[in-house]
Design a protein around this ligand. Structure first.
Ligand code: PLP
Length: 395
């Protein structure tokens, strides 16, 4: 008899967002018509920039004309977009070959699919607190998962030590949920560790566009030695509002090999087997994001989210509440006041201030006692939330 993948039975219920929705609904049922300040959302609130919209419209018109029509696209990405992305890296001092850039339909898709490259008998290190998809994708793949807890004492920044033992290492910087960002020195420690042990780092750079401090790395390939130990997964979702439009890219250096197998060549084989490329229209929209005009427009959008972050961090500073993030990242990870648990503080904010945060305990055991605020909401709501936070926590 056919056996289903038994690892699906090992997945834990995605309790976090379900439970938030339940509590929110119960509150609204009891207080109909109340406006809630949703500081938990991970989705963006601003529309696509006009450079992307114009390029998308033009690409639709291309598809109406036999002379400019595109059918199946190259599986690894349109050359025009792969070249554009390689040039974007070059501007930051990272030299990439066009063939090292793969266009994807987003980081989530890649984070799951990329596991095809690794043996099932593999130990995966996931620093905690973590983006929940890392754990679930590896449970489904049947991998052994080891967690590396982080905390206030190390600023929620993971570092390897003599006990660290893993084949595959997830690093997310700027981090979701903590907003913490690995410095060049700390990231170099991981790169040296991976090159020393033969591990491979999956570097999730979905939030790199929020980095404003020039000393912090946007890409793991800014570090020496990364070309022999790292894969970088990027997305236009949070950078340019493509959450619903779907576009991302992945960098796999030609120089990344283990046991005489080349990961770039394997990914070419994977993509040419499992995909038929990303829509021409979307790739044109994505390419427009990398033009000077597109870059200026997305910077202006990111500035709106950063201003939201400033309103919230100013309130936390005034209240003397400890937090990470909010500067080079769109998330703020704060310690719940008065020793409250994540869910107790969630309840307090909902009932007393109509603010919805995301309880840190939902991102792993070491998130207990913390709460995440997202800065992707509307400026008006964020300003109100900051004011209400001060009133409730300043009592
Ligand atoms: N990686 C991290 C850390 C995220 O927070 C998210 C989305 O919230 C993703 C990846 C997924 O991005 P995408 O929309 O490109 O699938």
């Amino acid at each position: 008899m056919l056996k289903p993948n038994v690892h699906y039975t090992e997945l834990k219920d995605s309790y976090l967002f379900y439970h938030i929705a339940q509590k929110t609904k119960a509150y609204l049922d009891a207080h109909p018509g109340t406006h809630l300040y949703r500081m938990g959302i991970g989705d963006v609130s601003q529309p696509l920039c006009s450079a992307a919209i114009d390029a998308l419209h033009k690409a639709v018109d291309d598809q109406a004309n036999a002379a400019t029509f595109h059918g199946y696209m190259p599986e690894c990405g349109a050359p025009f977009l792969r070249e554009t992305i390689a040039e974007h890296y070059a501007k930051r001092g990272v030299a990439l070959e066009t063939q090292e850039v793969f266009v994807s339909s987003g980081a989530s898709d890649e984070l799951g699919d990329i596991l095809d490259l690794f043996d099932h008998d593999c130990t995966v290190l996931i620093p905690e607190p973590a983006y929940p998809a890392y754990v679930d994708a590896n449970v489904i793949a049947g991998h052994r998962i080891v967690h590396l807890p982080t905390g206030k004492e190390n600023g929620f920044l993971p570092q390897p030590d003599e006990r660290t033992n893993a084949d595959l290492i997830y690093l997310c910087s700027p981090n979701n949920p903590t907003g913490a960002v690995l410095s060049k020195e700390k990231l170099q420690t991981w790169v040296d560790f991976a090159n020393g042990t033969g591990a491979v780092i999956l570097f999730d750079a979905a939030y790199e566009a929020f980095i404003e401090d020039n000393a912090l790395p946007h890409s793991i390939f800014e570090l020496s030695g990364a070309r022999t130990c790292a894969i970088e997964i990027c997305s236009l979702s949070k950078t340019a509002g493509f959450t619903g439009t779907r576009l991302g890219y992945t960098v796999i250096p030609n120089t990344l090999e283990r046991c005489d197998q080349n990961f770039n060549a394997m990914w070419v084989r994977n993509r040419t087997t499992k995909t038929n490329g990303i829509s021409y229209i979307l790739q044109r929209g994505g390419a427009a994001v990398f033009t000077d005009e597109g870059q200026a427009q997305i910077k202006a959008q990111i500035a709106v989210y950063k201003n939201n972050a400033k309103l919230l961090t100013q309130a936390l500073d005034e209240l003397g509440i400890w937090y990470t993030g909010g500067k080079n990242a769109p998330y703020i990870w704060l310690q719940c006041p008065n020793g409250l648990s994540s869910w107790d503080f969630f309840d307090l904010l909902l009932k007393e201030a109509q603010i919805i945060g995301t309880p840190g305990a939902g991102f792993g055991a070491c998130g207990e006692g913390y709460l995440r605020f997202s800065c992707f909401g509307s400026p008006g709501d964020t300003a109100q939330a900051a004011k209400r936070l001060k009133e409730v926590c300043g009592k």
